[in-house]
Structure formats: C-alpha cells, structure tokens
Design a protein around this ligand. Structure first.
Ligand code: 5AD
Ligand code: SF4
Length: 470
C-alpha cells in the first residue's frame, strides 16, 4: 500500500487503552486509500481525529477542553482559506455523540468504535455537507470483516505488535461502560488473525500481544467452520514460530482449562498474566456482577502457577465501589497479600453515566476512597519492588526494542514485561538476548548482555502500557 499518493495530512490523537492505539492505526489505514498520510503536526493537518476513552474520570471534560484547543487550529486554517476536518472517535464519541455535536458544533465527524470502516464515506460526506456527520451505530456487519487486510503492513507495529482479536463485552460489570460503548462481544475469524500475524512477523514483529476487552472470551470461526477458543489460537500462533506471545485483558470466568494448559505447553506464551479481579470481597464481587468469588480467583492463580511456576501476575483493582465497607476493603487487601502481584493497576471508583452502579444509593465518600487507594497502592508498590528485586542475579531472555534514554543504552522487555536497560551496541536492537539482571529499580531493571544475541529485526519502541479492560 505504498503506492497511494498521500496528498492530505492526517493527525491522530489517541487516549486510553491499547485497543484505541490499535484502532487509531486502523483508522489511518482506511484513510490511506483516499489520500491521507500521517503528520505529527496538528496545525499542518487536513484532518484531525481525537480517539477518546470513557473508562474512568472526567472523560468528557477532557474531550471538550482538547476540542477547544483544536478549534483554534481549525479556525486558523479557515482564516487562510483552507479546511480542516475534525473527527471525534472512540468511546466518548459513542457514549456522548449528540452532546459533542451540541456543545462543539465545529466538529465535523463523530464516530463510534464500531464504524471505523465507514470513515472514508463519512469524510466524503463531511467534505460536501455543511453540517456534521454522526455514526455511532452498532452495525450488523462486523467491523473486523470490513477493515482492509492489505492495509495492515503499513502499520505492522514494529518488534512488539498488538493484534486485536476480540472486541466488546457481554459481562456488564456494574461499574463499566465498555458493554455500552464497545457493544456486544465479537471475535475475529481465525484466518484473518493468522494472516495479520504473518504480516506482522514479515514486518519484523518478534512479539505479538493479542488484544481484546475480554480476550479470553475469544471464540472465533476456524477455517473449517468450527469455533476456536483463545488457547487453540495461541497454539496456532506459536506454530507460526512467533517467539513471544501475550494476551490481554482477561476475565477470571474465561480462564478455562485449555488456556491454563497453553501456559504449560507453549514456551512462547510469556509468563505474565494480567487478570483483573477488581475486589477481594465476595459481597463486592457480587455487587459488581463479576459472577465469581474471591476463592475462585485464588484457585485460578494456583492452577496457573502450577502450569507455569514462574508466572508473574498482574491485576486491576477498584476501591470505593458503591457499598464497599472497611471489611470489604480488608478482604481486598488480604487477597493482594495472598497473591503477591508483580504489577497492578488500581483506581478509585468513578460513576459512569448509564451504568447500574452509578445509580446505587450507597456511594462511598471521596475521602474514604482516597485513603483506601493510598493504602492499597502502598502494598502493591512494595510487591512490585519485591518482584523486581527478586529478579536480580537471574538470567533471562529479553527482547531488545530500542535505544534507552542515556547514550549507549539499549532498552527492552523481560518475559515478565519489566522494562530493562543495558549498555550495548545499536546492532543488538531487535534481538532476543540472554542477559544477567544486575539491579532493580521501582519500574525497571538493569542488565548485562551475556552472549551473542541470536536473531535480528528492525527497531520500534514499545507503546505505553495500559490495560485494554476486563
Ligand atoms: N471506575 C473505576 N475504575 C474502572 N475501571 C473500569 N470502569 C471503572 C470505573 N467506573 C477499571 C477496572 C478495569 C480497568 C480497565 O479500569 O479496574 O479493569
Ligand atoms: Fe466487560 Fe471488563 Fe467492563 Fe466487566 S470490566 S464489563 S468484563 S470490559
């Protein structure tokens, strides 16, 4: 797809999860055939897409303040007699599309996460129409089937690539907007996933992370018409010879036997599992509609560790869900102490309009949430430090992904997803190298190269890590 004439410039601003990072790349792909090429400079753009996130606090205020800033650029362009198309995409667009057009009438296009494949039509309409174009349907056709496969090589994602295999969620946790903004759970066909993975490998990928809001609920149609689960897909990807595989984000209810067995059988499947539990209190888990108990989660952790003894665990926690008492919070702290997490994301509950919990009478006071979050994060930080410290003196294989911040420094990732730095020549970038971990820091490790690295590929930095959801 390098033969398109990129006569117009596209600037995409991406907020939120890895799914949005992936979607932004796909929007750029569908716009390439109608002449849009990327620009880093918003003021130089003929079209700006703001790809938004609605998962937690103050999402819409953030969008309106950013739109205010972009409006100035658009007006400057118009003062010169030019035109700039302003589009708002993502979950805030889905949830609050009409509100956006009412409060920011200078926006040309509002589109939800399910309609990116229709962007070229919307751009054509916006270019013609005086008014704005809004498309926040949940169309009956699957977005996966309409995004152009052949566009993918333009944005192969570098050494460590993300590949969306599943989207949406049917779980309806009490606090979560995803089932409303991303729609029903849908899985991409196996053949399409494998084809994209092959293109990513051809483009230099050494690690592929499968993405989905509920990725372990994956149930894609196989080549023979049968339904494949995530485990079967992982075996097939490992058969392609991809050295490193990951998946995120998972729900405890979908951690089935086959997936646990895949962790035992597949050396390529990295020993790091992000499995959000949200709370350690059975009362809260029920109120959250998580449909499992704390003991079920503990049992899964035990089984995963049996399958892969060096498994590093990560999770998401919410403090202050409506009705959470001191005793409920103590149960969460107990679960955290029992598991011992390598990494975790924790949040103050934030009422999302339209979700069941937002209307609950027993909201928790902000000050109580602050105190609980501080206590919980102190323990999680300590666990992360302990985990990093436990790696010192060990040898491990790291994927070297780019230059570090300091001269002569090379950066990479351990199997456990820790950022790692070492002194080395730029020629090692792209390799999976054996290293000796020499020091631990709060968010990273230092290492020394041990032997000659084995394989090479091209360079690309890792995108920032934020869970896709679940
Ligand atoms: N308030 C706070 N945290 C939330 N999350 C999702 N919805 C909310 C909310 N309303 C968190 C969950 C989820 C992660 C991606 O974001 O912990 O796993
Ligand atoms: Fe679905 Fe995860 Fe949101 Fe629950 S928290 S509704 S599992 S996306």
């Amino acid at each position: 797809m390098t033969d398109h004439l990129n006569t117009k410039r596209l600037h995409v601003i991406t907020w939120g999860c890895q799914m949005n990072v992936y979607d932004s790349a796909r929007m750029a792909d569908v716009l390439a055939p109608i002449g849009y090429g990327p620009t880093e400079a918003p003021e130089a753009a003929d079209m700006i897409i703001l790809n938004t996130c609605h998962i937690r606090d103050r999402a819409s205020e953030k969008v309106f303040s950013e739109l205010g800033r972009l409006r100035v650029l658009k007006q400057a362009r118009e003062a010169e007699g030019g035109r700039m198309i302003l589009a708002v995409a993502g979950c805030v667009a889905q949830a609050e599309g009409k509100e956006i057009l009412a409060r920011a009438p200078y926006v040309d296009i509002v589109l939800g996460p399910q309609t990116y494949h229709r962007l070229p039509e919307m751009v054509a309409l916006a270019a013609r129409a005086g008014g704005a174009v809004i498309d926040t349907d949940f169309p009956t056709e699957q977005k996966f089937d309409f995004l152009p496969d052949e566009a993918a090589p333009q944005t192969p994602g570098g050494l460590s690539a993300f590949l969306t295999v599943q989207e949406g969620c049917d779980k309806f946790c009490s606090f979560c907007v995803v089932p409303y903004t991303r729609g029903a759970e849908a899985s991409r066909k196996v053949a399409s996933v494998l084809a994209e993975a092959k293109r990513m490998v051809a483009g230099g990928a050494r690690e592929i992370a499968l993405l989905g809001q509920n990725v372990n609920a994956y149930h894609g149609e196989g080549p023979d018409g049968s339904t494949w689960g995530l485990a079967r897909l992982l075996y097939a990807l490992a058969d392609l010879g991809i050295p490193r595989l990951r998946y995120t984000t998972s729900h405890p209810r979908d951690m089935d036997d086959a997936l646990i067995a895949a962790h035992r059988d597949l050396p390529a499947l990295m020993p790091f599992l992000h499995l959000p539990v949200q709370s350690g209190s059975d009362r809260m888990l029920a109120a959250m509609n998580r449909k499992h108990k704390a003991a079920d989660f503990m049992r899964i952790i035990e089984r995963v560790r049996e399958a892969r003894p060096d498994m590093a665990l990560s999770s998401d926690f919410i403090v202050g869900h409506p009705g959470e008492t001191d005793a409920d919070f103590a149960d969460t702290m107990k679960l955290i102490r029992e598991v011992g997490f390598a990494l975790a994301y924790s949040f103050k509950y934030s009422a999302r309009p339209g979700t069941p919990a937002s209307g609950a009478p027993n909201q928790v006071a902000d000050a109580v949430m602050d105190a609980r979050l501080a206590e919980l994060q102190a323990v999680l930080r300590q666990q992360q430090n302990d985990f990093n410290a436990s790696c010192v003196g060990k040898t491990m294989d790291v994927l070297l992904t780019g230059h570090g911040r300091h001269p002569g420094q090379i950066a990479g990732r351990t199997p456990y997803l820790q950022p790692v730095h070492l002194q080395g020549d730029a020629s090692v970038i792209g390799r999976i190298a054996r290293v000796d971990i020499s020091a631990a820091h709060p968010n990273s490790l230092s290492a020394r190269l041990l032997d000659e690295p084995r394989l090479s590929a091209s360079v690309s930095p890792l995108p920032t890590e934020e869970p896709a959801c679940a």
